[in-house]
Structure formats: structure tokens, C-alpha cells
Design a protein around this ligand. Structure first.
Ligand code: SF4
Ligand code: SF4
Length: 235
């Protein structure tokens, strides 16, 4: 099949795939002029994929409600299932985009390549912000208006012509819910005050002490519920 040059038609294809894959949110970022967003990838790969399709899947509120003072095995299992679901959805979307004659590179939901910075091949949250899905919150995660930070993300890079979304207006406003929830005291007043090292130390402690074989926590995610619960941000 030859590639459609009609961006709106291609966007409708993505929307159909979003629904078929059971995903909650989808946004498109135009990466031309945003070299930093794909800094972890080879130059050639970056040049071939001018757009990022960012997909998001909700974290179960019921699972989050079981967290008391850190991660548990139920949350760990759910976290892995979400990542697997997103990876499968990104694979399905990429294959369908290829069938339509365009390049498509799925990027895993959770594949850390730099442990010191807890960073992956791309920053899904930075791409999600560019794709209009939300803003970076005080806890250093993406905050979506619909679901707060209770989402997991994956990305498909592509050269399919698409209408791009734009970063949304929004921010944490007077909300401080995640600040009080953090067992490491890592969350400050602004995004730039976030103490990544303190967060990582706590995650490492959880991993060793609770036999949760991954660096996860969930406490600030549970606190940041977005518009489905109490409205916690100001516009
Ligand atoms: S809980 Fe409130 S302060 Fe923290 S990131 Fe979410 S909206 Fe921002
Ligand atoms: S993941 Fe846990 S330790 Fe890290 S900022 Fe969130 S609540 Fe704090």
C-alpha cells in the first residue's frame, strides 16, 4: 500500500488503532527542531522519523489504592502488564503504519539504558508533553488533565505525514498532593527542585527490601489522580 499524504486521513488511522488497542490517550509530536527529545537514538534513526506518536494507558486506580507506604507485588505485576500491553500496542501500530507504506519504530514503554539518570532510549514523558498529552509535574512525571500521572507511556516514531499536537497550557497550580506522599522527601516546590538521587535511593531500598524486582514506588502516582477524581490543577 502506498503512503497517504493526507495528514488528517493518517490521523484517523491512528485513532482507529488507538481504539482497537484499547488505549486511553494518543498524541502526536512534530520532532523537527526537537533534537533533544530523541538524544538517546542514533542520528540516522532520528532523521528518518520526524513524528512521535505517543500512546498512554491508564494505571488501575484499584491497584494504586492497595499501596500503603510503597510498592507491593500487586502493583509490580500491574506495572509489568501495562508495559507489556503498551509494547504490544506499539508493535501493532507500527506494523499497520508500515503496511500503509511509512516507516515506524516502536520504542519500549520501560527500557532503562542509563540507570544513573533512570533514562530510556527516548524520554516518553518529554515526547508526551510535546504531543500535548500533559505537563511535567512536581514529581517529575507527566501529568495528564484526564488521568493525572496515572498513565504509562510508549512511543512509535514514524515518517507518516501527521497533524501534530501542541503542548497544553496547564500546571500543578496550588496542588501539593504528591509532595506529602513521597517517602523520600524528593518532591519540591517546582519540577526543577525534584531530587532524582533521593528518589532513586528510595526505589533501590524498596527493590532490595520488598523483593519487588524493579525500581518502582507508586506513591506519587497514587497521589496524582487528575480530573477523574478531585481536580488538582489550576489552568
Ligand atoms: S499531585 Fe498535584 S502537585 Fe503533584 S504533580 Fe500531580 S498535579 Fe502536580
Ligand atoms: S517514585 Fe516514590 S520516592 Fe520517587 S518521587 Fe515518587 S513517591 Fe517519591
Amino acid at each position: 500500500m502506498s503512503m497517504s499524504l493526507d495528514p488528517q486521513q493518517n490521523r484517523r488511522l491512528l485513532e482507529r488503532l488507538r481504539q482497537e488497542c484499547g488505549l486511553d490517550l494518543l498524541g502526536v509530536a512534530d520532532l523537527r527542531g526537537e533534537a533533544q527529545a530523541l538524544a538517546g537514538l542514533p542520528d540516522r534513526t532520528r532523521a528518518l522519523h520526524p513524528f512521535a506518536v505517543v500512546i498512554a494507558q491508564r494505571v488501575s486506580r484499584a491497584v494504586l489504592a492497595t499501596l500503603e507506604d510503597g510498592p507491593n507485588l500487586l502493583y509490580f505485576h500491574h506495572y509489568r502488564q501495562l508495559n507489556a500491553h503498551l509494547d504490544r500496542a506499539a508493535t501493532v501500530m507500527a506494523a499497520e503504519i508500515e503496511r500503509h507504506g511509512a516507516a515506524a519504530l516502536p520504542i519500549p514503554a520501560s527500557q532503562i539504558v542509563d540507570w544513573e539518570r533512570m533514562a530510556g532510549q527516548v524520554s516518553h514523558r518529554a515526547l508526551a508533553r510535546l504531543a500535548g498529552l500533559g505537563w511535567r509535574g512536581r514529581h517529575n512525571l507527566l501529568v495528564t488533565p484526564q488521568l493525572g500521572a496515572q498513565v504509562r507511556l510508549a512511543t512509535v516514531l514514524t515518517d507518516l505525514p501527521l497533524p501534530a499536537d501542541h503542548p497544553v497550557e496547564g500546571g500543578c497550580g496550588s496542588c501539593r498532593r504528591c509532595v506529602a506522599s513521597c517517602p523520600a522527601g524528593a518532591i519540591g516546590d517546582s519540577e526543577s527542585a525534584f531530587d532524582l538521587a533521593a528518589c532513586y535511593r528510595k526505589l533501590d531500598e524498596f527493590r532490595r527490601g520488598r523483593r519487588v524486582p524493579q525500581h518502582i514506588c507508586g506513591m506519587c502516582v497514587a497521589a496524582c489522580a487528575g480530573g477523574m477524581g478531585e481536580a488538582v490543577w489550576e489552568r
